[in-house]
Write a protein that binds this ligand. Structure first.
Ligand code: ADP
Length: 627
């Protein structure tokens, strides 16, 4: 591209070059003095027009500069706009680097002239002393570089000629060192760079407004520098903060992943738990302290014919119905008071058949040892019950068949032992007595089995009548007096006259059974007590049903100082043939049926029977009879 001639310039440019009257510089320096000769008188109209133009152009340039926060863009806009405004041939920004060297970092140049963008200059090209002058605000306007009064050295003129520079204007760009710190009250300026304007086609007399404009623009660049510095600082802060946020985000993501993994593991273990509990043919549930289901396995739905939604969060009563709930309620309350409970119940299935179940409740404690619910397990014991029934029937049949021949055997042996039918040798007599004793035990056992079976089958009708508790107690003690003497046991009875409505024979049978055990299991020289008292059925140890809650009852107790019964056997000894020590039947002569018979008798009277004991200290058997 060829160099643009002055005739190609815009009319405005020409007007400036030819018509604009130069205004003198306020304080002409040695460099600026060249301009003073251009100071001409001008008309007020011209001056006004020029000022308006100047303000307009300045605000345009400032606006363009301020449009960006990016320094590079600002500098590019500056050089472009200045070149356009001043119709200069080259405008550039020279940055002074920390080591004293420099570089043109922005340039707007007409195509006709050589570009010097990115050209680097050694420190010698712009020595420190000059830098200091500019740092103090020096402005240099040279109308004609070849004019000897300009004072340029020959080598500099040679270099300037290479760039075809005829006139130049140099304005410093200062940087406030404390731009983004508020700690320093006094601003410190340092030379950041130079804003340089070249005319290349001919010398140029610099006008005062051009100098002012350039200085103002250099100030704007300074402000932009401060802003860029601030931006850089902000960007650093943002970068640090972004890195922190990234870290935080990473950690959060990690936490989320961990949680998701934990949740997945939990879900898997829950699925496995559900799979296991659903596969088991037992009822498994968790019930909260409001007696509502919080978990139940599939067997609940299968057995009861209910959907999971009908069970989950439903109350026990709603699931099981009034009758069944009545039976389970005391046990539920016991579990919610912190006890492990095992009992038998009968539940109605979806086909309205009944199924016997063995139920266990295990309380669930929170970290403050408060019961917050219980785990419930119920298993079908139909088979067990059927076998028991068959066993009972078998025993009953066998016992029944044995009773008649045994009774006749026992009678015959009894007669033989009297010697009425002949006297045997001493050994023969001893053998006979052993045989008689064993026959008696067998008769006793068979009678007990048959008694129990008849009572359980409801074949025995309790002939209830008004009786005095004191009389029953005396009758039982009298019956046991001989046995007590034989065992050297002291029998202490505290009879109280309480009116009862009972079958006297059976109550005496229960009392003698308990007394007989107390004597059997006490050491010689011990004492056995028999006492009775009236109490409210709410009293400790009695598991009252709601309808009985306010009734009174007689509480009998038989206490001994014997060997005691282990805690885990206190319930089981009431089962048939159950003995704490299986050799007891041989040593103490029992059958393991006495307590089972007692329980049947007491329950037929709507009473309860239980035992309390401390090993080596003795046992107490309690039973209640409603008044
Ligand atoms: P048995 O005929 O064996 O006494 P029971 O049914 O009356 O049968 O008693 C069952 C078991 O209970 C006894 O064998 C014994 O182990 C235990 N037992 C009953 N009463 C007492 C007691 N007072 N002291 C210690 N153990 C007892």
């Amino acid at each position: 591209m060829s160099k643009r001639s002055s005739s190609q310039r815009s009319p405005q440019h020409r007007k400036h070059k030819t018509q604009t009257t130069p205004t003198p510089l306020q304080q002409p320096s040695q460099d600026q003095s060249q301009l003073s000769q251009n100071r001409l008188q001008q008309s007020p109209e011209n001056e006004l027009w020029r000022q308006r133009q100047w303000v307009k152009l300045f605000s345009e340039v400032t606006f363009k500069i301020r449009q960006s926060l990016q320094l590079k863009e600002i500098l590019r806009a500056t050089v472009t706009e200045v070149q356009r405004l001043l119709h200069a041939d080259r405008v550039l920004i020279y940055q002074v680097l920390p080591d004293g060297s420099g570089k043109t970092i922005s340039e707007a140049v007409l195509p006709a002239y050589p570009a010097i963008l990115d050209l680097e200059f050694p420190e010698e090209a712009f020595p420190q002393e000059y830098q200091q002058l500019y740092a103090m605000g020096r402005v240099r306007a040279i109308a004609d570089v070849h004019d000897p009064t300009a004072g340029l050295s020959d080598c500099l003129i040679a270099f300037i000629d290479q760039l075809q520079i005829k006139a130049k204007l140099i304005v410093p760009i200062l940087q406030n060192l404390n731009a983004h710190t508020h700690s320093q009250p006094i601003a410190q300026n340092q030379l950041w760079g130079l804003l340089i304007v070249h005319h290349c086609d001919r010398p140029h007399q610099w006008m005062e407004f051009e100098l002012e404009l350039m200085q103002q623009l250099a100030d704007q660049i300074s402000i932009a520098l401060a802003q860029a510095q601030l931006l850089e600082h902000l960007e650093e802060v943002v970068a640090v903060r972004t890195a922190e946020l990234k870290d935080l985000n990473h950690n959060l993501q990690q936490e989320i992943n961990d949680r998701m993994q934990a949740e997945a593991a939990l879900r898997k273990s829950e699925e496995q738990l559900r799979l296991i509990t659903n596969a088991l043919p037992v009822l498994i549930a968790y019930v909260d302290d409001r007696q509502q289901y919080r978990f139940n396995n599939q067997a609940y739905c299968d057995w009861l014919g209910r959907s999971p939604g009908e069970i989950y969060q439903s109350h026990l009563q709603a699931v099981w119905g009034e009758d069944c709930y009545q039976r389970m309620q005391p046990h539920v309350e016991a579990a919610l008071s912190g006890q492990i409970v095992t009992y038998e119940n009968e539940i109605a299935l979806k086909d309205h058949s009944c199924r016997p179940v063995s139920v266990t409740y295990i309380p669930h404690f929170n970290e403050h040892s408060t019961v917050i619910g219980f785990f419930a397990l119920a298993s079908d014991i139909s088979d067990h019950k059927a076998i028991e029934r068959m066993k009972d029937e078998f025993i009953a049949v066998v016992s029944h068949e044995l009773r008649t021949p045994l009774t006749s055997l026992h009678s015959a042996l009894k007669i033989l032992t009297t010697g009425q039918l002949g006297v045997l040798s001493a050994d023969g007599q001893q053998l006979l007595e052993i045989a008689d004793e064993n026959a008696e035990r067998l008769v006793h056992l068979v009678n007990n089995v048959l008694d129990l079976q008849r009572i359980e089958a409801g074949e025995v009708k309790m002939e209830k009548q008004a009786c005095d508790a004191a009389a029953l107690m005396m009758q039982a003690t009298d019956a046991m007096q001989l046995m007590a003497q034989q065992h050297r046991i002291k029998l202490v009875v505290q009879p109280v006259a309480i009116q009862l409505w009972v079958d006297a024979d059976y109550i005496v049978q229960a009392l003698t059974n308990l007394l007989s055990n107390a004597i059997k299991f006490s050491p010689p020289g011990g004492t056995v007590w028999l006492a009775v008292a009236v109490q409210s059925s709410k009293a400790q140890g009695f598991k009252a049903t709601p309808c009985e809650a306010h009734a009174s009852e007689a509480l009998f107790q038989v206490r001994d100082e014997g060997q005691g019964i282990p805690f885990d056997k206190l319930e089981r000894i009431f089962e048939r043939f159950h003995q704490v020590d299986s050799s007891d039947s041989r040593k103490k002569g029992g059958t393991g049926l006495g307590l089972a018979i007692c329980r049947e008798i007491i329950e037929q009277h709507d009473g309860k029977i239980w035992a309390e004991s401390r090993m080596s200290q003795g046992s107490t058997f309690f039973f209640t009879l409603p008044l």
